[in-house]
Write a protein that binds this ligand. Structure first.
Ligand SMILES: C[S@@+](CC[C@H](N)C(=O)[O-])C[C@H]1O[C@@H](n2cnc3c(N)ncnc32)[C@H](O)[C@@H]1O
Length: 386
């Protein structure tokens, strides 16, 4: 993979009087907006005008899959349910423990947020958030023309045990399961925004807090993927999370981490202001706004070998074609999703926040703004017998 830093000097970067309501509610049952229309309208044909900001090389990138739900088909099967149990299931290589206790939520300014003890995750868990995550997934897939960068295609084709950590609605999880029917894919997340009924037969989901010990045996997975979870992990928690990922990875397995740099580049004053304040808010929550830039260091520190890193620049705005449109839509959805928490943190009104947000969005085209998305992967060493 290529070098990791933009030539732009990276600069860096807490939540007004909005009522907070606490209550419990049933889990969401189905993902939204995984429809043929949505997926195909974001299909992978064509090149964007992304080169002026881009650093992407498409060498040896995997070809992306079509979402299994698009095919309508034999891949779809009812989920295996076993509430509250610990069991060996059709996934022969690892043990799965389901989470029996009901999910708890808090409502802030009309948006539903998880209420998981010990987690300061900033994004909501509602229908709009599910849409946002699908959109972000399509954007990245379009940008890298694939779903991962680690050299695991052969392993996936031959049948691998795959773990998607913080899987959200399971967009990535289900695509991998659909594309590699011999593989067994598990998605874990602290909120069940993932599908419980309609999903590929070789795919399952479970509710798990990744800040705790993972419910899998040692050496269970051939490929572990964790993307866009930085707003849920405090700086000193990364090591604990990585330790667990390495524990459940088989010797020789790859672990791939993907995060976007919160500082956007070639920006106008409004985006600069937004990013600076967001950075400060994250720091106030003990989160590292720049963790994307050191993903490779995390992997190395946890003993992984053959570590590689790369970043891509994803441009936002009409000036940058389809990827530009997707990225700008993603920026808008992200700013909307963060509104309740950031209005509180910044002690600002929703009207003030929206006015800044709209100014940011119109700046993107003027300045040809872009963001960097960082990828790093590495391999758990194979122990040599002496
Ligand atoms: C931005 S979404 C990314 C979803 C998916 N990885 C993707 O790239 O499309 C981050 C996900 O991490 C989950 N998450 C945050 N903190 C978590 C934790 N402590 N344990 C499990 N999941 C967590 C959130 O619920 C959310 O679904």
């Amino acid at each position: 993979m290529g070098n990791s830093h933009s030539t732009d000097t990276p600069r860096h970067s807490s939540l007004p009087n909005i009522p907070v309501i606490e209550r419990s509610s049933p889990a969401l049952k189905f993902p939204r907006s995984i429809t043929s229309q949505n997926s195909s309208s974001l299909s992978l044909s064509g090149n964007s005008k992304f080169s002026s900001a881009g650093k992407l090389s498409l060498d040896s990138l995997p070809v992306s899959s079509i979402h299994p739900l698009q095919n309508g088909s034999s891949l779809l099967a009812p989920s295996i349910k076993s509430p509250g149990s610990s069991r060996r299931n059709s996934f022969s290589s690892f043990r799965v423990t389901t989470s029996p206790e009901p999910e708890k939520y808090v409502w802030i300014a009309g948006k539903r947020f998880h209420n998981v003890e010990g987690s300061g995750y900033l994004f909501p868990c509602d229908d709009e958030e599910i849409d946002r995550m699908h959109l972000q997934h399509f954007m990245v897939r379009f940008a890298i023309q694939g779903n991962y960068l680690a050299p695991v295609s052969d392993s996936l084709r031959n049948g691998a045990a795959v773990l998607d950590v913080g899987c959200g609605p399971g967009s990535w999880t289900m695509e991998i399961a659909g594309e590699y029917p011999k593989s067994e894919v598990v998605g874990i997340d602290m909120t069940s925004m993932f599908p419980t009924e309609i999903k590929p037969i070789n795919c399952q989901f479970m509710r798990t807090n990744i800040l705790e010990k993972l419910p899998f045996d040692d050496d269970s997975f051939d490929f572990i993927f964790m993307r866009f979870i930085q707003m849920g992990i405090e700086e000193e928690q990364w090591d604990t999370v990585l330790e667990e990922l390495v524990r459940v990875a088989k010797p020789g397995a790859y672990i791939e981490l993907v995060e976007s740099d919160l500082e956007r580049y070639r920006v106008g004053p409004c985006i600069a202001n937004f990013d600076k304040r967001l950075t400060e808010s994250l720091k106030a929550r003990n989160m590292d706004p720049y963790v994307a830039r050191r993903l490779d260091q995390l992997l190395i520190r946890h003993g992984l070998v053959n570590v590689k890193k790369r970043f891509i620049s994803s441009p936002a705005g009409e000036w940058a074609g389809k990827l530009g449109q997707l990225t700008l839509q993603s920026w808008k959805a992200k700013a909307e999703a963060l509104k309740p928490q950031l209005c509180m943190s910044w002690n600002t009104t929703q009207e003030q926040y929206e006015s800044l947000m709209n100014a940011c969005l119109s700046e993107a085209d003027i300045h040809k703004s872009y963001e960097n998305i960082h990828f790093a992967y590495g391999q758990k060493p194979i122990l040599q017998r002496t």
